[in-house]
Write a protein that binds this ligand. Structure first.
Ligand SMILES: *[C@@H]1O[C@H](CO)[C@@H](O)[C@H](O)[C@H]1NC(C)=O
Ligand SMILES: *[C@@H]1O[C@H](CO)[C@@H](O)[C@H](O)[C@H]1NC(C)=O
Ligand SMILES: *[C@@H]1O[C@H](CO)[C@@H](O)[C@H](O)[C@H]1NC(C)=O
Ligand SMILES: *[C@@H]1O[C@H](CO)[C@@H](O)[C@H](O)[C@H]1NC(C)=O
Ligand SMILES: *[C@@H]1O[C@H](CO)[C@@H](O)[C@H](O)[C@H]1NC(C)=O
Ligand SMILES: *[C@@H]1O[C@H](CO)[C@@H](O)[C@H](O)[C@H]1NC(C)=O
Length: 732
């Protein structure tokens, strides 16, 4: 015994003596405490309960295991009689009358502290039986007046948790003759409100929630309290730290929330503890023994970067012969991308099923079907939902999620720079999004772990055995009134299955599909505003980000800078887009497209604004060119406003070269869009003042030079093939 508790105990006894009431002559020993609970099914909530009991070393006796639950639905009608039947039978077999019985629900209960604290508080209640209390009366409101007055706290009895000495509890339930679906709460309430029985059994209520916290009707009273490496729930109305937390009635989500922290599930000091428990290891398996996963891909809206999505899918770290694909595409616009992926790579996978737009199946039906394909394939061990707008940056995501060994788990993905993510931390009363207190901390990575949440979407892994048991309902997604994703999550919650989101790793992000236009050949080029990171990944040269630090900027001629800017794909898309548009200028001096209508040095070209690309191109200049300009020409700042920008085509039989000229610009950039030798011969640019040429333009590299005065220049002749360059005159 530690001195502090010894002191406390003596004080309690002294106080009791002083008040001339009897003091228990000894501390109640923890070995005499027996937790009794009824669990007919090993639900996720039950496993959570056992974990919390084990954490504090409670001894638990489970009744009714494997029996069919006939005690009614806790959410609606009164019920629970089956619990009393089982308890009564179990108590009759117990012989040690010094036992203290804690009878408690388990699917929605966690322990927040030790048997020692519980027994101390029980003793301080100075009764032989202590019931948890509630602020709401249930199930019979007419009995309200019969309840004894309480000075402070809740006045009504909750049957979901009580504790007492074995003889008293045994006597209390001895007269029970109810059926399995009769109300246990009503039964105990009637005993409690009977003054004679209350006295003879020596029953009291834990009105101030020192032992038991029922959450129903008390959500505003309970907050998390982090202290000294421990997490507790505090009842702020009664200033108590309840030992047992019970998400009774419609408060399952709140107990899930508290259970994300209590007991020692997650603390500031340790981070996530539960994340490292009960893991499954793939390391010991040969790749040929990896669990079989069905990846279900859904294309429902026109979405940018679909080609990139499939490139990433190919790079997913998981043996492809352990993967089957289900691909649903509702968009004719994406048919080419989907079918070319399946043609080129489909045979790498163990199996492929695809549903195209011509089948006119709606999204919910397709998702129901996908689940069912996995459900009916006895080899299918996991169902991995992957919506097309998900950008999975982490190639190990599938292995990580499988190893986390949870019923339903989503990798957290967010929309860049926003608080939007693929999970909800809480639900509103109507079942829609609500922000949990920890939502922002989780999204921004200040709290890292796996989190039990009420809603996940877009990308998640489901254990397929659930699809064959609790989730065997065919219509998991279809509903008259709710969105498919909400329907799915609702049905999972209703089965008492826990859904988690993990932010243990950086997994990726989700694309914005807003403002996605499909009227161009390469629509992704227009995504620089809506999905800037993905635009950059796709279109900016892979070495661009390190050109400053690694001194990759070359100086082929005085004040002429040469650096990588565009990816190969960017060059190809820009050329193809222009050729697809096709309205090349005639190369005449009169040009209605420019201010003044007269071009001194005309080229065969298409202006960016002719394909509605001028805003995007200007954004590109500001984001990727201006920083280099400012570095190379110190003291010069540019907003890149009103640049004249165009793609030029040089061809021996059309326009092979450009006479020496000044550009109408402060500075010019000139990006080579194809490759010398492969695509054309000749070409290049010569600066006359320095008699200096860039003779071997590199595809994707930009030449940047001052426009007027010093850098009088000419386009050298293209002697074979076709050469393309993208040019911008920036002024100022
Ligand atoms: C847990 O309880 C058992 C049985 O009551 C006891 O033997 C053991 O020492 C306890 N362990 C801890 C860590 O309290
Ligand atoms: C547990 O519940 C599920 C569905 O709710 C049911 O299919 C299963 O049979 C139950 N198991 C037991 C042991 O009652
Ligand atoms: C209940 O039992 C305690 C002793 O544990 C006793 O002091 C108290 O008077 C009893 N209360 C009633 C109402 O009988
Ligand atoms: C049980 O029934 C007996 C006999 O009717 C009665 O005396 C006793 O008070 C009852 N006990 C309870 C706890 O209801
Ligand atoms: C980027 O730089 C690396 C090493 O400097 C080089 O091997 C690679 O080819 C470069 N990438 C491209 C696309 O040129
Ligand atoms: C320019 O340089 C080339 C070699 O690069 C040389 O042959 C030529 O004579 C030079 N012309 C002038 C005017 O200096």
């Amino acid at each position: 015994m530690r001195p502090a508790s010894l002191l406390l105990f003596s004080w309690v006894c002294f106080g009791a003596l002083f008040l001339q009431t009897s003091c228990e002559d000894r501390r109640l020993p923890a070995e005499k405490l027996l937790v009794v609970t009824v669990a007919t099914n090993e639900t996720d909530g039950f496993k959570r309960f056992l974990r919390s009991a084990k954490h504090f070393n409670y001894t638990v006796k489970v009744l009714g295991r494997g029996q069919t639950w006939r005690g009614g639905d806790y959410m609606s009608a009164p019920g629970g009689g089956q619990k009393v039947n089982l308890l009564k039978a179990a108590l009759q077999e117990m012989k040690d009358d010094d036992l203290i019985i804690l009878f408690i629900d388990s699917y929605d209960v966690v322990f927040a502290s030790s048997p020692k604290e519980l027994l101390r508080k029980f003793q301080q209640a100075k009764h032989k039986v202590v019931f948890s209390s509630e602020s709401l009366i249930w199930p019979d409101r007419h009995l309200e007046d019969k309840h004894p007055y309480v000075r402070e706290g809740n006045r009504f009895l909750g049957s979901g948790g009580f504790m007492g000495f074995l003889p008293n509890v045994r006597d209390m339930v001895a007269n029970w003759t109810g059926k399995d679906d009769d109300s246990d709460q009503l039964f105990f309430t009637k005993i409690y409100i009977d003054p004679v029985k209350r006295k003879s059994l020596n029953i009291t209520l834990d009105s101030r929630c020192r032992l038991f916290q029922n959450l129903h009707g008390a959500l505003d009273e309970v907050v998390l309290k982090f202290e000294d490496g421990r997490v507790r729930a505090r009842n702020v109305v009664y200033d108590t730290l309840p030992v047992i937390l019970h998400g009774n009635g419609p408060t399952k989500l709140q107990i899930n929330y508290l259970g994300n922290y209590i007991p020692n599930t997650w603390t500031f000091e340790t981070g996530c503890v539960v994340c490292h428990e009960n893991l499954l290891s793939l390391a010991a398996l040969k790749e040929s023994e990896y669990p079989l996963v069905m990846i279900a891909i859904f294309v429902q809206e026109p979405t940018p970067f679909v080609t990139v999505f499939f490139e990433r899918l190919l790079k997913l770290q998981y043996p492809k012969d352990r993967l089957t694909l289900f691909v649903y595409n509702q968009q004719p616009h994406h048919e080419r991308q989907v079918s070319s992926f399946l043609q080129d790579h489909g045979s790498l996978y163990r199996g492929v099923k695809s549903i195209g737009p011509e089948e006119e199946m709606d999204g919910a039906a397709a998702r129901d079907l996908a689940l069912d394909v996995c459900r009916k394939d006895k080899d299918c061990e996991y169902f991995f939902n992957l919506d097309i707008e998900v950008v999975l940056k982490n190639e190990n995501v599938l292995k990580i999620l499988i190893e986390q060994n949870l019923p339903v788990v989503a990798p957290m993905i967010t929309r860049t720079g926003r608080l939007w993510s693929n999970f909800w931390g809480a639900l509103s009363a109507e079942g829609y999004y609500a922000r949990s207190e920890d939502y922002v901390d989780i999204v921004q990575g200040r709290r890292v772990g796996v989190w039990n949440v009420p809603y996940v979407s877009s990308v998640y892994l489901v254990k397929a055995n659930l699809l064959r048991s609790e989730l065997k309902d065919y219509e998991m997604f279809s509903s008259e009134s709710l969105d498919p994703d909400m329907t799915f999550c609702l049905k999972i919650r209703d089965k008492g299955i826990f859904m988690y989101v993990s932010n243990m790793h950086t997994f990726g992000r989700i694309l914005s599909t807003e403002n996605y236009q499909t009227d161009h050949l390469h629509n992704d080029l227009w995504q620089i505003f809506e999905n800037p990171l993905d635009w950059q990944a796709r279109y900016i040269h892979e070495n661009y980000s390190r050109i400053m630090n690694d001194k990759l900027i070359e100086t082929p001629c005085p004040d002429v800078y040469w650096f990588p800017i565009f990816s190969d794909v960017a060059c190809n898309h820009l050329v193809e887009e222009m050729e697809n548009f096709g309205k090349w200028s005639g190369g005449a001096n009169v040009d209605q497209r420019i201010q003044g209508g007269y071009e001194n040095v005309p080229t065969i070209d298409i202006h960016m604004n002719q394909v509605n690309f001028e805003k995007e191109w200007q954004k590109f200049l500001v984001e990727f060119i201006a920083p280099i300009t400012e570095r190379m020409y110190p003291g010069y700042y540019t907003k890149c406003s009103n640049p004249l920008s165009f793609v030029v085509r040089y061809k021996p039989d059309e326009q092979p070269l450009l006479e020496p000229h000044h550009d109408a610009s402060t500075f010019t950039i000139n990006v080579a869009l194809n490759s010398k030798e492969t695509d054309y011969q000749g070409g290049g640019c010569r600066f006359l003042r320095y008699n200096c040429s860039v003779q071997a333009p590199r595809k994707g590299w930009a030449i940047m030079h001052p426009g007027r005065l010093t850098h009088y220049h000419e386009g050298l002749p293209t002697t074979a093939g076709v050469r393309y360059i993208a040019v911008s005159f920036v002024d100022p």
